[in-house]
Design a protein around this ligand. Structure first.
Ligand code: NDP
Length: 505
């Protein structure tokens, strides 16, 4: 069938005989209004672009399989995990964050790591990054923060001054900035980096008991990064380096794999954990909360059509399935609202009917109509609930355990949600310091060189103020880190001490 010649048709299916010459009055005359095929071609072309994602615009994606290798049913009743050997189809979209759709794949930037699992209980989206933390911990800051990563309203260029101004004024960013400035900020393609669900989520088991969870995907290809010079060079040599690398590896049967693991924290442990377990700028130390094996994720099928599957793929952390749920993480709470909202803007209210986003199992709602409703719209079935005609039931077995926010036994962890910034949550330095201290000498040299390179771009009348403030943060994370950056920037200890208000003996 594939190789059978096909007739050329209009979009409404009417065969036509030629596709290149417009209908004109004589060979040299003006064009005729009645050349509908010309209008259709030009009008459709004008509508080929949909709004670019405001973040994560440049991306690559592939289909694959999650295979469960270990039993975690004591933590979760999610059907995706209910049997060793169970396989679930997935779609994974990687991306850079700040650049436009045509920007280079090797920019210094976090990488998106967005997974859609087509489970029998509905689609589960785990929409994370290649880093376990993020720059901010409150969604109210997100728009401001992203503005600093995008183009300056006057110069229309990216601005180191703007970025460091924001980071220095928001030291909660320090942990993520240090990771970004290490060579993990420029991964060698998408296959050689880890993925993290980043947020804290919850797992609920068959006895309706809840634990808190973090998801990790460790690359089986091994971590491989570009050093700064290589990444910069690759921007010119092949701006689509990561896209090309992914397509090629799958096409040649070299399927990339990640080992899926979780960290688990009980509700009891959460009450005494030294940091807020729902703070997206913090990790859970692996010595205290060891990684637990879950399964193996493999990408094994390139999409046939980039626009259909990669561009139109729509992820939302709001899409969880029975046995997996939310947590009080403020950033997660914000994303539960903003991601589906962004998809409705980008693709329309019926975006979940687009093939790559469609749940392959039964979807039974009373939602109807709307632009681009293409699934039969419920046919003759009732479009209201309750009704006396259909047999749709609300299944009580999917009920989740309640969480009493006013329960004093939850201490300030949960009740603290209502605070704008709960007391004791301003330790922005210990974990970046821990990361710095675990780096090898070579990683430290590269990281400092990247920081110095990036901070050297700060200019304008506020330069010294921004540099000094940011230096204070590096010093507070680790003295040797602060010293190395100050030295790299050519700032004397005297200047530094006076900026930090340190008295000379
Ligand atoms: P561990 O020694 O148990 O873990 C260190 C982790 O750091 C490893 O997962 C390693 O990933 C990762 N890592 C190594 N180099 C870098 C880098 N340049 N950028 C980002 N991650 C890196 O220590 P802790 O769990 O106590 O964490 C210490 C620090 O490690 C944290 O403050 C955090 O910055 C970082 N980290 C921690 C993670 C966690 O979930 N606890 C996850 C990722 C990073 P790999 O083994 O894959 O090479």
């Amino acid at each position: 069938m594939e190789n059978q010649p096909k007739k050329l048709t209009t979009a409404s299916g009417s065969p036509y005989f030629e596709n290149e010459d417009s209908m004109s009055v004589g060979p040299r005359g003006p064009l005729l209004l009645q050349d509908y095929i010309l209008h259709e071609k030009m009008a459709h072309f004008n509508r080929e672009r949909i709004p670019e994602r405001i973040v994560h615009a440049k991306g690559s994606g592939a289909f694959g399989t999650l295979t469960i290798t270990h039993d975690i049913s004591n933590y979760t009743r999610a059907k995706i995990f209910n049997e060793i050997g169970k396989q679930t189809r997935v779609f994974l979209r990687f991306s850079t964050v700040g650049g436009e759709k045509g920007s280079a794949d090797t920019e210094r930037d976090p990488r998106g790591f967005a997974l859609k699992f087509y489970t029998e209980d509905g689609n589960w989206d785990l929409v994370g990054n290649n880093t376990p933390v993020f720059f901010i911990k409150d969604p109210k800051k997100f728009g401001d923060f992203i503005h600093t990563q995008k183009r300056d309203p006057y110069t229309n260029c990216k601005s180191a001054t703007t970025m460091w101004d924001y980071w220095s004024l928001n030291p909660e960013s320090l942990h993520q900035v240090l990771i970004l400035m290490s060579d993990r900020g420029t991964p060698d393609g998408y296959r050689h980096m880890n993925g993290y669900g980043s947020h804290t989520f919850s797992l609920i088991n068959a006895d309706n008991e809840r634990v808190w969870v973090k998801f990790h995907f460790k690359t089986a290809q091994g971590i491989k990064n570009f050093v700064n010079d290589e990444a910069v060079k690759m921007k010119g040599l092949d701006p689509d380096y990561a896209q090309r690398d992914l397509v090629k590896s799958i096409d040649t049967g070299d399927f990339p794999r990640w080992n899926m693991k979780i960290q688990v924290m009980t509700e009891e442990e959460a009450k005494t954990f030294k940091w807020n377990p729902f703070d997206l700028t913090k990790v859970w130390p692996q010595a205290e909360f060891p990684l637990i094996d879950v399964g193996s994720l493999e990408l094994n099928q390139n999409p046939d059509n980039y626009f259909a599957d990669v561009e139109q793929s729509a992820f939302a952390p709001a899409h969880v399935v029975d046995g997996i749920s939310y947590s009080p993480d403020k950033m997660l709470q914000g994303r539960i609202l903003s991601y589906p909202d962004a998809q409705r803007y980008r693709l329309g209210g019926n975006y979940e009917q687009i093939l790559v986003n469609r749940c392959p199992y039964a979807v039974t709602t009373y939602q109807r109509d709307g632009q681009m409703r293409v699934d039969g719209n419920g046919g003759r079935t009732p479009n209201y609930f309750p009704n006396s005609f259909d047999t749709i039931i609300a299944d009580e077995s999917y009920k989740q355990p309640t969480q009493d926010l006013n329960d004093s036994s939850q201490s300030s962890l949960v009740a603290g949600w209502y605070d704008r910034n709960a007391p004791g949550e301003n330790d922005h330095y210990t974990q970046p310091g821990n990361l710095w201290r675990l780096m090898t000498p070579e990683q430290r040299i590269n990281t400092v060189s990247n920081i110095v390179g990036a901070m050297s771009g700060i200019d304008g009348p506020k330069r010294d103020q921004i540099v000094n403030l940011q230096l204070c943060h590096w010093f507070r994370a680790d003295l040797s880190l602060g010293m190395a950056v100050a030295q790299g920037l050519g700032i004397s200890m005297e200047t530094m001490n006076s900026a930090m208000g340190v008295q000379h003996a």
